[in-house]
Design a binder for this molecule. Sequence first.
Ligand code: NCD
Ligand code: ZN
Length: 346
Amino acid sequence: MAETLTIRRPDDWHLHLRDGAVLKSVLPYTTQQFGRAIVMPNLTPPITTTAAANAYRNRIVAAIPEGVSFKPLMTAYLTNGTDADALAAGYRDGAYVAAKLYPAHATTNSSAGVTDIRNIDGVLERMAEVGMPLLVHGEVTDPAVDIFDREAVFIDKVLEPLIKRLPTLRIVFEHATTERAVQFIRQAGAHIGATITPHHLLLNRNAMFQGGIRPHHYCLPVVKREKHRLALVEAATSGDPHFFLGTDSAPHAVAAKETACGCAGIFNAPTAIELYAEVFDSAGALDRLEAFASLNGPRFYGLPVNQQTITLERSPMTVPDAVALPDGGEIRPFRAGETLAWRFVT
Ligand code: NCD
Ligand code: ZN
Protein backbone atom coordinates (compact mmCIF):
# COMPACT_ATOMS: atom_id res chain seq x y z
CA MET A 1 0.00 0.00 0.00
CA ALA A 2 1.18 3.51 -0.80
CA GLU A 3 2.34 5.65 2.08
CA THR A 4 -0.32 8.22 3.01
CA LEU A 5 -0.36 11.49 4.85
CA THR A 6 -3.48 12.89 6.50
CA ILE A 7 -3.54 16.46 7.77
CA ARG A 8 -6.16 18.96 8.76
CA ARG A 9 -7.63 20.62 5.69
CA PRO A 10 -5.27 23.47 4.74
CA ASP A 11 -6.07 27.09 3.81
CA ASP A 12 -4.46 29.25 1.14
CA TRP A 13 -3.51 32.59 2.68
CA HIS A 14 -2.64 34.28 -0.67
CA LEU A 15 -4.61 33.54 -3.82
CA HIS A 16 -5.59 35.22 -7.10
CA LEU A 17 -8.93 34.01 -8.42
CA ARG A 18 -9.59 36.69 -11.08
CA ASP A 19 -13.22 37.03 -12.20
CA GLY A 20 -15.76 35.87 -14.79
CA ALA A 21 -14.84 32.85 -16.91
CA VAL A 22 -11.33 32.56 -15.44
CA LEU A 23 -12.73 32.51 -11.90
CA LYS A 24 -15.09 29.68 -12.87
CA SER A 25 -12.25 27.73 -14.51
CA VAL A 26 -9.67 28.04 -11.71
CA LEU A 27 -11.75 28.07 -8.51
CA PRO A 28 -12.53 24.30 -8.35
CA TYR A 29 -8.82 23.49 -8.07
CA THR A 30 -8.55 25.55 -4.91
CA THR A 31 -11.86 24.53 -3.34
CA GLN A 32 -10.96 20.86 -3.75
CA GLN A 33 -7.90 21.19 -1.51
CA PHE A 34 -8.38 24.24 0.69
CA GLY A 35 -11.02 25.19 3.25
CA ARG A 36 -10.52 28.95 2.97
CA ALA A 37 -8.45 31.38 0.96
CA ILE A 38 -7.41 34.98 1.27
CA VAL A 39 -8.54 36.38 -2.07
CA MET A 40 -6.34 39.08 -3.52
CA PRO A 41 -8.13 42.26 -4.60
CA ASN A 42 -6.09 43.17 -7.71
CA LEU A 43 -8.92 42.96 -10.22
CA THR A 44 -9.48 45.65 -12.85
CA PRO A 45 -10.81 47.81 -11.31
CA PRO A 46 -9.42 46.78 -7.91
CA ILE A 47 -11.59 45.96 -4.88
CA THR A 48 -11.60 49.24 -2.97
CA THR A 49 -15.09 49.31 -1.43
CA THR A 50 -17.16 46.97 0.72
CA ALA A 51 -19.79 46.91 -2.03
CA ALA A 52 -17.20 45.64 -4.51
CA ALA A 53 -15.84 43.12 -2.00
CA ASN A 54 -19.30 41.78 -1.19
CA ALA A 55 -20.24 41.51 -4.86
CA TYR A 56 -16.95 39.73 -5.65
CA ARG A 57 -17.49 37.35 -2.72
CA ASN A 58 -20.95 36.53 -4.08
CA ARG A 59 -19.51 35.77 -7.54
CA ILE A 60 -16.91 33.49 -5.95
CA VAL A 61 -19.48 31.71 -3.79
CA ALA A 62 -21.70 31.21 -6.85
CA ALA A 63 -18.77 29.52 -8.63
CA ILE A 64 -17.99 27.01 -5.83
CA PRO A 65 -18.75 23.50 -7.09
CA GLU A 66 -21.82 21.92 -5.49
CA GLY A 67 -21.32 20.03 -2.26
CA VAL A 68 -17.92 21.62 -1.56
CA SER A 69 -17.36 23.75 1.53
CA PHE A 70 -15.10 26.73 0.95
CA LYS A 71 -14.93 30.20 2.43
CA PRO A 72 -13.40 33.10 0.51
CA LEU A 73 -11.81 35.71 2.79
CA MET A 74 -11.96 39.08 1.12
CA THR A 75 -9.35 41.83 1.10
CA ALA A 76 -9.35 45.54 0.34
CA TYR A 77 -6.89 47.07 -2.13
CA LEU A 78 -5.24 50.12 -0.56
CA THR A 79 -4.83 53.27 -2.64
CA ASN A 80 -3.57 56.77 -1.87
CA GLY A 81 -7.23 57.68 -1.40
CA THR A 82 -8.37 54.89 0.95
CA ASP A 83 -10.68 56.23 3.63
CA ALA A 84 -9.69 55.00 7.11
CA ASP A 85 -13.25 55.07 8.50
CA ALA A 86 -14.71 53.14 5.58
CA LEU A 87 -11.90 50.56 5.72
CA ALA A 88 -12.23 50.03 9.47
CA ALA A 89 -16.02 49.72 9.13
CA GLY A 90 -15.53 47.11 6.39
CA TYR A 91 -13.25 45.14 8.70
CA ARG A 92 -15.63 45.44 11.65
CA ASP A 93 -18.60 44.29 9.54
CA GLY A 94 -16.72 41.32 8.06
CA ALA A 95 -16.64 42.57 4.47
CA TYR A 96 -12.83 42.38 4.61
CA VAL A 97 -10.45 40.32 6.73
CA ALA A 98 -7.37 42.33 5.72
CA ALA A 99 -6.08 45.06 3.41
CA LYS A 100 -3.40 44.63 0.76
CA LEU A 101 -0.63 47.12 0.11
CA TYR A 102 0.59 47.08 -3.47
CA PRO A 103 3.32 49.62 -4.01
CA ALA A 104 2.19 51.32 -7.25
CA HIS A 105 3.50 49.43 -10.32
CA ALA A 106 5.11 46.65 -8.27
CA THR A 107 3.17 43.86 -10.02
CA THR A 108 0.06 42.80 -11.99
CA ASN A 109 -2.81 45.31 -11.66
CA SER A 110 -0.99 47.49 -9.15
CA SER A 111 -1.08 50.79 -11.04
CA ALA A 112 -3.77 52.07 -8.64
CA GLY A 113 -1.58 51.10 -5.67
CA VAL A 114 0.06 53.32 -3.08
CA THR A 115 2.77 55.63 -4.45
CA ASP A 116 4.34 56.35 -1.04
CA ILE A 117 3.45 54.52 2.16
CA ARG A 118 3.46 57.82 4.06
CA ASN A 119 0.37 58.78 2.02
CA ILE A 120 -1.62 56.23 4.02
CA ASP A 121 -0.25 56.88 7.53
CA GLY A 122 -3.74 57.60 8.87
CA VAL A 123 -5.17 54.43 7.34
CA LEU A 124 -2.38 52.28 8.80
CA GLU A 125 -2.81 53.89 12.24
CA ARG A 126 -6.48 53.03 12.14
CA MET A 127 -5.73 49.47 11.04
CA ALA A 128 -3.37 49.09 14.01
CA GLU A 129 -6.09 50.41 16.35
CA VAL A 130 -8.74 47.99 15.13
CA GLY A 131 -6.40 45.01 14.65
CA MET A 132 -6.90 44.75 10.88
CA PRO A 133 -4.01 42.88 9.21
CA LEU A 134 -1.93 44.63 6.56
CA LEU A 135 -0.80 42.30 3.77
CA VAL A 136 2.24 43.66 1.96
CA HIS A 137 3.71 43.09 -1.45
CA GLY A 138 7.21 43.74 -0.12
CA GLU A 139 9.13 45.20 -3.03
CA VAL A 140 10.25 48.74 -3.78
CA THR A 141 9.47 49.93 -7.27
CA ASP A 142 12.39 52.34 -7.82
CA PRO A 143 13.70 51.33 -11.26
CA ALA A 144 17.21 52.14 -10.04
CA VAL A 145 17.03 49.22 -7.59
CA ASP A 146 18.03 45.88 -9.10
CA ILE A 147 14.98 43.62 -9.38
CA PHE A 148 16.69 40.93 -7.31
CA ASP A 149 17.27 43.42 -4.46
CA ARG A 150 13.81 44.97 -4.32
CA GLU A 151 12.58 42.85 -1.44
CA ALA A 152 15.58 43.47 0.79
CA VAL A 153 15.46 47.21 0.08
CA PHE A 154 11.73 47.23 0.92
CA ILE A 155 12.48 45.66 4.29
CA ASP A 156 15.14 48.27 5.07
CA LYS A 157 13.40 51.34 3.68
CA VAL A 158 9.71 50.65 4.21
CA LEU A 159 8.97 47.73 6.53
CA GLU A 160 11.40 48.39 9.39
CA PRO A 161 10.42 52.07 9.68
CA LEU A 162 6.73 51.10 9.47
CA ILE A 163 7.08 48.64 12.34
CA LYS A 164 8.92 51.31 14.38
CA ARG A 165 6.09 53.78 13.76
CA LEU A 166 3.30 51.28 14.37
CA PRO A 167 4.65 48.47 16.56
CA THR A 168 1.25 46.84 17.08
CA LEU A 169 0.17 46.74 13.42
CA ARG A 170 -0.46 43.15 12.32
CA ILE A 171 1.46 42.50 9.09
CA VAL A 172 1.78 39.59 6.68
CA PHE A 173 4.84 39.80 4.50
CA GLU A 174 3.40 38.10 1.41
CA HIS A 175 5.36 35.67 -0.76
CA ALA A 176 8.70 36.02 1.04
CA THR A 177 11.53 35.21 -1.37
CA THR A 178 14.83 35.99 0.35
CA GLU A 179 17.05 35.01 3.24
CA ARG A 180 16.78 38.62 4.41
CA ALA A 181 12.99 38.33 4.67
CA VAL A 182 13.25 35.03 6.54
CA GLN A 183 15.69 36.46 9.06
CA PHE A 184 13.60 39.58 9.52
CA ILE A 185 10.31 37.73 10.05
CA ARG A 186 11.82 35.14 12.34
CA GLN A 187 12.90 37.73 14.90
CA ALA A 188 9.66 39.72 14.66
CA GLY A 189 6.77 39.48 17.13
CA ALA A 190 3.89 37.04 16.77
CA HIS A 191 1.76 39.77 15.16
CA ILE A 192 4.01 39.61 12.07
CA GLY A 193 3.92 36.64 9.72
CA ALA A 194 4.84 35.64 6.18
CA THR A 195 3.47 33.46 3.42
CA ILE A 196 5.68 31.29 1.25
CA THR A 197 4.71 29.98 -2.21
CA PRO A 198 5.40 26.50 -3.58
CA HIS A 199 7.32 27.88 -6.54
CA HIS A 200 9.70 29.92 -4.39
CA LEU A 201 10.37 26.73 -2.41
CA LEU A 202 11.07 24.73 -5.58
CA LEU A 203 12.78 27.09 -8.03
CA ASN A 204 15.83 29.25 -8.07
CA ARG A 205 16.48 31.94 -10.65
CA ASN A 206 18.20 29.57 -13.06
CA ALA A 207 14.75 28.12 -13.72
CA MET A 208 13.76 31.29 -15.59
CA PHE A 209 16.56 30.79 -18.13
CA GLN A 210 16.96 27.02 -18.40
CA GLY A 211 17.86 26.41 -22.04
CA GLY A 212 15.95 29.54 -23.05
CA ILE A 213 13.58 32.07 -21.54
CA ARG A 214 10.88 30.37 -19.45
CA PRO A 215 7.87 32.67 -19.13
CA HIS A 216 5.96 30.17 -16.98
CA HIS A 217 8.62 30.50 -14.30
CA TYR A 218 8.27 34.27 -14.19
CA CYS A 219 6.41 35.73 -11.25
CA LEU A 220 6.80 38.63 -8.86
CA PRO A 221 8.70 38.84 -6.69
CA VAL A 222 11.02 36.96 -9.10
CA VAL A 223 12.58 33.73 -7.92
CA LYS A 224 16.01 34.29 -6.39
CA ARG A 225 19.39 32.56 -5.94
CA GLU A 226 19.63 29.04 -4.53
CA LYS A 227 20.75 30.27 -1.09
CA HIS A 228 17.47 32.15 -0.77
CA ARG A 229 15.44 29.12 -1.82
CA LEU A 230 17.23 27.08 0.83
CA ALA A 231 16.47 29.72 3.48
CA LEU A 232 12.78 29.60 2.52
CA VAL A 233 12.70 25.80 2.73
CA GLU A 234 14.33 25.97 6.13
CA ALA A 235 11.79 28.55 7.36
CA ALA A 236 8.72 26.75 6.00
CA THR A 237 9.75 23.34 7.29
CA SER A 238 11.05 24.55 10.66
CA GLY A 239 7.64 24.65 12.33
CA ASP A 240 8.16 28.36 13.17
CA PRO A 241 4.60 29.73 13.46
CA HIS A 242 5.55 32.98 11.68
CA PHE A 243 5.45 31.14 8.35
CA PHE A 244 2.37 29.79 6.60
CA LEU A 245 1.05 28.60 3.27
CA GLY A 246 0.13 31.11 0.57
CA THR A 247 0.28 29.82 -2.99
CA ASP A 248 0.14 33.15 -4.82
CA SER A 249 -1.44 31.06 -7.57
CA ALA A 250 -1.81 33.72 -10.27
CA PRO A 251 -3.46 32.53 -13.49
CA HIS A 252 -2.72 34.29 -16.77
CA ALA A 253 -3.70 33.02 -20.22
CA VAL A 254 -0.81 31.38 -22.09
CA ALA A 255 -1.05 34.12 -24.73
CA ALA A 256 -0.40 36.77 -22.05
CA LYS A 257 2.68 34.94 -20.77
CA GLU A 258 4.28 33.73 -24.01
CA THR A 259 4.76 37.14 -25.58
CA ALA A 260 7.28 39.98 -25.87
CA CYS A 261 6.26 41.41 -22.49
CA GLY A 262 4.76 38.53 -20.57
CA CYS A 263 2.68 38.80 -17.40
CA ALA A 264 4.07 37.84 -14.00
CA GLY A 265 2.34 35.00 -12.22
CA ILE A 266 2.52 31.23 -11.76
CA PHE A 267 -0.65 29.13 -11.71
CA ASN A 268 -0.03 26.38 -9.16
CA ALA A 269 -3.56 25.77 -7.79
CA PRO A 270 -4.15 22.37 -9.51
CA THR A 271 -1.39 20.69 -7.46
CA ALA A 272 -0.64 23.17 -4.69
CA ILE A 273 -0.64 20.84 -1.70
CA GLU A 274 1.22 18.14 -3.65
CA LEU A 275 3.99 20.64 -4.40
CA TYR A 276 4.31 21.64 -0.76
CA ALA A 277 4.31 17.95 0.22
CA GLU A 278 7.22 17.38 -2.14
CA VAL A 279 9.19 20.20 -0.50
CA PHE A 280 8.52 18.98 3.03
CA ASP A 281 9.26 15.38 2.04
CA SER A 282 12.61 16.33 0.48
CA ALA A 283 13.47 18.20 3.68
CA GLY A 284 12.51 15.18 5.82
CA ALA A 285 9.81 17.30 7.46
CA LEU A 286 6.47 15.82 6.38
CA ASP A 287 5.45 15.87 10.04
CA ARG A 288 5.58 19.68 9.92
CA LEU A 289 3.48 20.18 6.80
CA GLU A 290 0.28 20.42 8.84
CA ALA A 291 1.59 23.28 10.98
CA PHE A 292 2.63 25.28 7.91
CA ALA A 293 -0.43 24.45 5.80
CA SER A 294 -3.26 24.22 8.30
CA LEU A 295 -2.38 25.62 11.75
CA ASN A 296 -0.06 28.64 11.59
CA GLY A 297 -2.29 30.70 9.27
CA PRO A 298 -5.49 30.38 11.32
CA ARG A 299 -3.50 31.19 14.45
CA PHE A 300 -2.17 34.39 12.89
CA TYR A 301 -5.60 35.45 11.64
CA GLY A 302 -7.34 34.45 14.88
CA LEU A 303 -9.60 31.98 13.07
CA PRO A 304 -10.49 28.39 14.04
CA VAL A 305 -8.57 25.61 12.33
CA ASN A 306 -10.53 23.51 9.82
CA GLN A 307 -12.26 20.45 11.23
CA GLN A 308 -12.03 18.30 8.08
CA THR A 309 -8.89 16.48 6.96
CA ILE A 310 -7.28 15.79 3.60
CA THR A 311 -5.21 12.79 2.57
CA LEU A 312 -2.25 12.63 0.23
CA GLU A 313 -0.51 9.50 -0.94
CA ARG A 314 2.97 8.90 -2.22
CA SER A 315 2.20 7.84 -5.76
CA PRO A 316 3.11 9.50 -9.04
CA MET A 317 0.69 11.92 -10.66
CA THR A 318 1.02 13.92 -13.85
CA VAL A 319 0.18 17.61 -13.78
CA PRO A 320 -2.38 18.55 -16.46
CA ASP A 321 -0.91 20.22 -19.57
CA ALA A 322 -3.41 23.05 -19.60
CA VAL A 323 -6.67 24.33 -18.22
CA ALA A 324 -9.00 25.34 -21.05
CA LEU A 325 -10.83 28.67 -21.00
CA PRO A 326 -14.22 29.14 -22.68
CA ASP A 327 -12.76 31.74 -25.07
CA GLY A 328 -10.43 29.13 -26.56
CA GLY A 329 -7.44 30.28 -24.53
CA GLU A 330 -5.73 28.19 -21.90
CA ILE A 331 -3.75 28.51 -18.67
CA ARG A 332 -0.61 26.48 -18.14
CA PRO A 333 -0.19 25.10 -14.63
CA PHE A 334 3.13 25.05 -12.83
CA ARG A 335 5.04 21.84 -13.75
CA ALA A 336 2.57 21.12 -16.59
CA GLY A 337 3.07 17.63 -17.99
CA GLU A 338 5.59 16.71 -15.29
CA THR A 339 5.23 13.94 -12.73
CA LEU A 340 4.91 14.72 -9.02
CA ALA A 341 5.69 12.31 -6.21
CA TRP A 342 2.60 13.00 -4.08
CA ARG A 343 -1.03 12.81 -5.08
CA PHE A 344 -4.00 14.48 -3.43
CA VAL A 345 -6.51 11.70 -2.74
CA THR A 346 -9.41 13.25 -0.85
C1 NCD B 1 0.29 38.35 -9.26
C2 NCD B 1 -0.86 38.48 -10.24
O1 NCD B 1 -0.71 38.02 -11.39
O2 NCD B 1 -1.91 39.00 -9.89
N1 NCD B 1 1.47 38.01 -9.98
C3 NCD B 1 2.59 37.42 -9.46
O3 NCD B 1 3.57 37.28 -10.20
N2 NCD B 1 2.65 37.00 -8.23
C4 NCD B 1 0.42 39.60 -8.47
C5 NCD B 1 1.32 39.47 -7.25
O4 NCD B 1 0.98 38.78 -6.29
O5 NCD B 1 2.38 40.07 -7.26
ZN1 ZN C 1 -0.09 37.57 -5.31
